[in-house]
Design a protein around this ligand. Structure first.
Ligand SMILES: *Cc1c(COP(=O)(O)O)cnc(C)c1O
Length: 394
């Protein structure tokens, strides 16, 4: 005889007085951010740079998907001196959150009112030409303030930054502008994560040529070149500051370079099983029937999809971890859901929580695994998580 009664625990929730105003953060899918991991990664990175070298934690793109404020605070606790963001809005939000350390905008601002906001919020803009410098000077002069800026010089990335042969002249022009304080001169490496060091070496030589040409001025300006890969690669790339993104989140950008830093991934992506069904052999699963069951199969539907940032190109290639099991994801990943083959995991039930990224016992899945499968890079995987996923700081 089938039991046709609502369970005791369901009844308890049915009888709850008030309807939910907001779904539980762990209702279907979420990101857990271990802020202590970010703190300890930052601390480990501090230990590979000289005491005199500053550490900038790069928290652009909402802290690589982890939550910018969470990451900024943890990184500062771990010994970061500066923060780096990409956009004006990202900088303003950190100030509104009460972060007081120097913040550099790594992107370019082109309008005077944006640069004025920079001064107001004490964000340091990245300048690449004299026009931007002159605008900053007028803004600062009109309110009688000093405006801290960094100059970006292109040594081979071929993106932002002035031409190398114009840099020296620009530096002295900026120095002649009374309300500008040239706090930093920097460049960006294009191939620091490459096995070959040829291009990195060329960029470094160009950068050093400029530093030498700056003479005495060089000693007063913070000169910086290295991203995570450059920082882990070698000390000669560190100069006065390193700008570290990926590594503070717990990942090495250079798989071939074995570092003993003990970096710890700070992020775990988890989702809940919402439905389980038993189907026979020969049944097509999900859009397009890209997967056909090869045996009687126990399928588990999980509440996460590409609208959360699980790239559809990963369909049929990833797995989910639970209690030592690794369950293959089958069929097309859809907007809000995906399906697992749970035949070999009888203990999986509706409400079980699976780990899509992160560790479960001895197993772990990293953004690098996903990016290898989808022709992407770990940075893009991390930045791809949408706001629909609650970030839970633990
Ligand atoms: C994003 C960024 C970084 C950090 O790069 P990682 O590879 O994540 O360490 C450093 N410098 C600049 C200019 C950047 O835009």
């Amino acid at each position: 005889m089938q039991n046709l009664f609502v369970s005791r625990s369901d009844r308890h929730l049915i009888q709850r007085e008030k309807p939910l105003l907001m779904a539980d953060a762990r209702q279907r899918a979420w990101i857990e951010v271990e802020s202590s991991a970010i703190e300890s990664n930052t601390h480990s990175l501090r230990n590979v740079i000289a005491d005199s070298c500053l550490l900038m934690a790069v928290v652009k793109a909402d802290g690589y998907g982890h939550g910018a404020e969470t990451v900024a605070r943890a990184a500062i606790n771990g010994g970061a001196d500066n923060l780096g963001v990409a956009t004006l809005q990202e900088g303003i939000e950190l100030r509104l959150a009460g972060l007081n350390c120097p913040i550099l905008l790594l992107g370019n601002l082109i309008k005077p009112d944006e640069l004025r906001a920079c001064l107001h919020w004490r964000l340091m803009p990245t300048l690449s030409n004299i026009r931007e410098a002159l605008i900053c000077q007028e803004i600062a002069e009109s309110v009688g303030l000093q405006f801290n800026v960094h100059l970006k010089v292109d040594t081979g990335m071929t993106r932002l930054g002035c031409d190398l042969n114009l840099a020296l002249a620009l530096i002295s022009q900026i120095d002649d502008l009374n309300n500008l304080v040239l706090k930093g001169v920097y460049s960006h490496l294009a191939l620091a994560d490459n096995e070959s060091s040829t291009v990195t070496r060329q960029q470094q030589q160009k950068f050093e040529k400029l530093l030498t040409a700056m003479g005495e001025r060089r000693k007063e300006v913070c000169c910086h070149l290295a991203n995570s890969a450059g920082t882990l690669r070698e000390a000669s790339l560190h100069y006065d500051m390193v700008r570290v993104g990926l590594a503070i989140y717990g990942y090495t950008p250079i798989a071939h370079l074995k570092t003993n830093l003990g970096l710890k991934p700070a992020l775990a992506l988890k989702a809940r099983v919402t439905f389980i069904r038993q189907v026979p052999k020969g049944v097509g699963v999900s859009y397009g029937h890209a997967f056909i069951t090869q045996r009687p199969t126990r399928l588990a539907v999980v509440g996460i999809g590409y609208a959360d940032g699980v790239n559809r190109a990963l369909s049929g290639r990833i797995s989910a971890l639970i209690n030592g099991y690794s369950l293959p994801q089958v069929g097309s990943i859809t907007m809000d859901q995906l399906v697992l083959d749970a035949t070999d995991c009888p203990e999986l039930e509706v409400g079980s929580v699976v780990t899509l990224l992160g560790s479960d016992g001895d197993n772990s899945i990293t953004p690098q695994h996903w990016s290898d499968l989808s022709g992407s890079i770990p940075w893009e995987v991390l930045c791809g998580f949408k706001n629909r996923l609650p970030r839970i700081v633990i």
